[in-house]
Ligand binder design. Structure first.
Ligand code: G6P
Length: 229
């Protein structure tokens, strides 16, 4: 084993939109809330909310909708949105896991890497539980375990620490541009998952895990490195 394969001992995965197709439920719930408050919310705007905490997302939406709310009103409406979201994800099935994600998780574990989840969502454990993914993770850092939101790297640093690893020993898989920035700032090798136009600061970008083996990934990273020398 040489180079990057020998150095990396852990993988840290974001959840919503990386492992499980829950982003669309966040979108539907936020859109319903915006419409109820009298303005619209587009998929493009939703891209900018990826990775933000619930309250930070609401505050961004209120800014776009040009609406003022007291702190008590914000708490009320963020609870309303969360209740809609939790109701939708109560029906999640293992089939909601994104294509190729389980196989990839198995492969990194078989390769001897430790695996953590790092998510801003306070419902992350429920999502892992209903999709029966819990067993793949050695550590779970969710919105209940963090105090600082991305672009602060706190959630990833906590995840690495929970695995007993240093940031340079871990890959991060992340679908939000702020999450990518946070990972890079924390000293991790960050793999963007999704549209390269939104993830330009990642060390590399993959469209998802479908048809991607861990060995393929290492080959692509090595090829990328040489193409930049
Ligand atoms: C993740 C998602 C965001 C979501 C946030 C908080 O970061 O990407 O869209 O707003 O978690 O989720 P929660 O379930 O706690 O409202």
């Amino acid at each position: 084993m040489t180079g990057i394969a020998a150095q990396k001992k852990g993988c840290i995965f974001n959840l919503d939109g990386v492992i499980v197709d829950t982003s669309r439920y966040h979108y539907v719930a936020w859109k319903r809330l915006c419409n109820q408050l009298g303005f619209d919310f587009t998929p493009e705007q939703h891209e900018k909310l990826r990775g933000l905490s619930r309250m930070a997302s609401l505050e961004q939406l209120l800014e776009w909708g040009n609406i003022y709310m007291t702190e008590a009103e914000k708490l009320h409406w963020s609870d309303v949105k969360n209740n809609w979201y939790v109701e939708m994800i109560s029906d999640l099935k293992p089939g909601d896991v994104l294509p190729g994600a389980i196989l990839f998780l198995r492969q990194v574990r078989e390769a001897g890497l430790k695996v953590a989840l790092a998510s801003a969502s306070r419902s992350a454990r429920q999502v892992l539980n209903t999709t029966r993914l819990d067993a793949y993770f050695d550590a779970i850092i969710d919105g209940n375990s963090t105090r600082k939101a991305i672009p602060d790297p706190e959630c990833y640093l906590l995840a690495a620490r929970a695995l007993g690893l240093e940031p340079f020993e871990c890959f991060i898989f992340e679908d939000s541009d702020l999450g990518v920035l946070a990972g890079v700032a924390g000293g991790f090798f960050v793999i963007g998952v999704g549209d390269p136009d939104y993830l330009s600061k990642a060390h590399m970008v993959i469209p998802g895990f479908e048809n991607l083996s861990y060995t393929d990934l290492l080959t692509r990273i090595t090829a990328n490195m040489y193409s930049h020398t």
